[in-house]
Ligand binder design. Structure first.
Ligand SMILES: *Cc1c(COP(=O)(O)O)cnc(C)c1O
Length: 419
């Protein structure tokens, strides 16, 4: 770069401005990782003319690097979208959508069984800023229809619901919103782009029946390690994407290159992992159905579970090689049990404490199986009619051998909940 014939660079300066560049043409299975807050421009004209909103170049780390662009494009391929934004957590992605699309006087409708912190955002910051909210029963499309008003600007969807795992008639809910011209945002963390296609809900490839926004907690299956927090916001509308992106920039939402690298490393195996989590969870869920201490098992792929028919309807045509031989429809590795009401909540706590392989912890999608006891009464406006009374325990099934997990559940039942 600089000839500097008279005064050679000090070695200290060379540590920062070394003239050597490695030869081009390096290729390897994993992409290189680009890390930057500062991005260097060739000259002032380039600096002045660069448009941070387009993906034609680079301006600042927050607005994207080759590494973040790469993950965005791969996630679009996974979910069937066209544009993607990355956020530092799944919850930050949810907040990005709410803050971009809602203003004072608007109202947002959220399923009563939605991911808890989404509801807390509505009850906290959104309410304080004069943005209204109502919770609707996702298992009753008529309830959603009745709650949509002239103020409704956004309807959240989630399939299945958090913790209680009821699978709604998602195409019908979207149809209702489309007919009223209301924007829909799906929390697609459970489906992960594998169980169903959020931008092709009637499965004819036309994209006519589609959510407007798909949010994904990459923290779960895309990361797959229990060690990364990240979220994505995917759309197919350039106008909507631009609105989300402007807000994303103003909020300063960014992700670290090392975390993006971890997700890029895990993503190629997501379908295999999803299938393995699914198969193990179904086997354990069926085993739980036979245990006298357990009065209900909540897993949308089990016949008799709330929303099973709707799950089958949407997820039966497993897209793109997720299908396991013989199994109909894909599902995540999550299920909940309702412990028979003759056992106290303290006894259920003791059952959870007695588990050895299932660890106590939030989140899911990693190799380690997890359990969480929930006090459902404190989480919902009323007890869901499809759910039996009793204490609920939610399991996230990891990648351990199923027989070991079954033995763990059996020994903990025996120790804490005598039949
Ligand atoms: C975990 C989760 C989130 C939030 O993801 P974080 O990265 O933990 O913030 C959102 N929605 C659902 C359904 C989740 O399971």
């Amino acid at each position: 770069m600089q000839s500097m014939s008279e005064s050679p660079m000090d070695p200290i300066t060379q540590l920062i401005h070394h003239p050597y560049t490695p030869p081009p043409g390096f290729a390897a299975p994993q992409p290189g990782v680009f890390k930057a807050s500062t991005v260097i421009f060739a000259n002032v004209a380039a600096m002045r003319s660069r448009d941070w909103k387009s993906k034609s170049g680079y301006t600042y780390g927050l607005h994207g690097t080759p590494t973040t662009f790469l993950l965005e494009e791969r996630l679009c391929a996974l979910e069937g979208g066209l544009q993607c934004l990355l956020a530092p957590s799944g919850l930050a992605a949810i907040a990005n959508v709410a803050l971009a699309l809602l203003k004072t006087g608007d109202e947002v409708l959220i399923p009563a069984n939605a991911y808890g912190p989404n509801k807390a955002l509505a009850e906290g910051e959104l309410a304080a800023w004069g943005i209204g909210h109502q919770f609707y029963d996702a298992m009753n499309p008529a309830d959603l229809a009745a709650k949509i008003s002239a103020r409704t600007r956004l309807v959240w969807l989630e399939a299945p619901g958090s913790v209680t795992m009821e699978f709604p008639d998602l195409p019908e809910l979207v149809r209702l919103c489309q007919a009223r011209g209301v924007t829909t945002a799906l929390d697609n963390t459970w489906g992960a782009g594998l169980a169903f296609r959020p931008f092709d809900l009637d499965g004819d490839g036309s994209g006519r029946l589609a959510v407007d926004v798909s949010v994904h907690a990459l923290t779960k299956y895309p990361s797959g390690g229990g060690d990364v927090l990240m979220g994505s916001v995917i759309t197919r509308s350039e106008t909507l994407h631009r609105q989300l992106k402007l807000c994303h920039m103003r909020l300063g939402l960014g992700v670290g290159a090392n975390d993006v690298e971890a997700v890029l490393r895990s993503l190629p195996g997501i379908a295999l992992r999803y299938r393995a989590h699914d198969a193990a969870a179904r086997e354990l869920a069926r085993w739980c159905e036979e245990q006298p201490q357990i009065s209900q098992v909540l897993h949308p792929a089990l016949p008799g579970s709330p929303g099973h028919t709707d799950w089958r309807q949407l997820c039966a045509s497993m897209p793109r090689g997720v299908a396991e031989g013989g199994a109909e429809g894909a599902a995540a590795g999550l299920f909940s049990i309702i412990v028979a009401p003759r056992f106290t909540a303290a006894q259920v706590d003791a059952f959870c404490d007695a588990l050895r392989l299932f660890k106590l912890g939030y989140s899911w999608g990693g190799p380690m199986s997890l359990a969480v006891p929930y006090d459902l009464a404190s989480m919902r406006p009323s007890w869901p009619s499809q759910v039996a009374r009793g204490t609920l325990v939610r399991f996230s099934v990891g990648l351990e051998a199923v027989a070991d997990l079954r033995n763990d559940l059996a020994q903990a039942l025996l120790a804490a909940l005598p039949a």
